[in-house]
Design a protein around this ligand. Structure first.
Ligand code: NAD
Length: 298
């Protein structure tokens, strides 16, 4: 079992770190939120006063932070973690960030003799809690073999997408598709309800028909149709609108950089940005349903 330092204990990182404890690892945690740290300490984690102190003696450091600027702040610069870790330490970043940022951190890590892997995840808070996340890794093949047993403590499907940054590219493509299918599902449900259909009946029909998709199967956006999903608890928790808007911004920037056309992704980005700007940025992303039907579920 490994000595692991876990930094970033939010909606995803908290349950991921808890699963590493359950898998028998010695886990030291750090987050800017004291409440988040205390929840993990109650589960048996150690802690320290800073990210740098928490990483002393670690064989592996894992970060699960909101966005690229947080990842850069934690790892880079004179006060950053990379400058403090001994050679050979495994460094895994599971945040969703730009591939370019992941490559910059990977290069800085390589220069210090550290093994870096971008390993963003899919599967949501439910997958994080159940330990069934999909990890999408970018980095060298031998590093992939070293990180795999650790990631298996938190996930079910562990993919190696290619060299540094590839994990982030695959993750950005996936989330662009997720945003498109969640908005499409919300649009279809709103149209059906405007025609007097019951959203639960319509959901079941589409689930068993050619419109079936992940949102209908496990993350229905209409309040009350499915138990245990954010839509049925006022869109609290889950995957925040502001994080989806960030990911769609990453897809958009990437498309511009690569001269790729993403008309559906661009529309989804605008819809989520509009929704975020209307005061919904801290709700779960399935609340995009309200953009189509403001009193959905009322
Ligand atoms: P979150 O906002 O719930 O958690 C982020 C945590 O990082 C917070 O607890 C915050 O206090 C902490 N943090 C920020 N800066 C820090 C710093 N400098 N040092 C220590 N801690 C710091 O976000 P989340 O939903 O857990 O998502 C984390 C990442 O995973 C994001 O990049 C997101 O896009 C991605 N992601 C989220 C989901 C999901 O369903 N929520 C699914 C897949 C991927």
């Amino acid at each position: 079992m490994a000595k692991i330092t876990f930094i970033g204990l939010g909606n995803m990182g908290g349950p991921m770190a808890a699963n590493l404890l359950k898998a028998g690892h010695q886990v030291t945690v750090f987050d800017l939120s004291q409440a988040a740290v205390e929840a993990l300490v109650a589960d048996g984690a150690r802690t320290a006063g800073s990210a740098r102190d928490a990483a002393v003696g670690a064989e592996c450091v894992i970060t699960m932070l909101p966005a690229g600027q947080h990842v850069e702040a934690v790892y880079l610069g004179e006060d950053g973690l990379l400058a403090a870790l001994p050679q050979g330490t495994l460094v895994i970043d599971s945040s969703t960030i730009a591939p370019e940022t992941a490559r910059d951190v990977a290069e800085a890590a390589r220069a210090r003799g550290l093994a870096f892997m971008d390993a963003p995840v899919s599967g949501g808070v439910g997958g994080a809690r159940a330990g069934t996340l999909t990890f999408i890794c970018g980095g060298e093949a031998d590093t992939f073999e070293r990180v795999r047993p650790i990631l298996e403590g938190m996930g079910k499907n562990i993919f190696h997408a290619g060299p540094h940054g590839s994990g982030q590219v695959a993750k950005i493509c996936n989330n662009m598709l997720l945003a498109i299918l969640m908005t499409g599902t919300s649009e279809a449900l709103a149209l059906g309800v405007r025609n007097g259909l019951d959203p639960a009946v319509l959901s079941e029909i589409m689930k068993q028909s050619s419109g079936g998709n992940w949102a209908l199967n496990v993350y229905n956006p209409w309040p009350g149709v499915m138990d245990g999903v954010p839509a049925s608890r006022g869109y609290e928790g889950g995957f925040l609108v502001k994080l989806m808007a960030k990911d769609l911004g990453l897809a958009f920037d990437n498309a511009v950089r690569n001269q790729a056309a993403i008309p559906m992704g661009s529309l989804a980005r605008n819809l989520f940005q509009l929704h975020a700007g209307q005061g919904n940025e801290d709700l779960d992303f399935s609340s995009i349903q309200r953009l189509y039907h403001p009193d959905a579920g009322a």
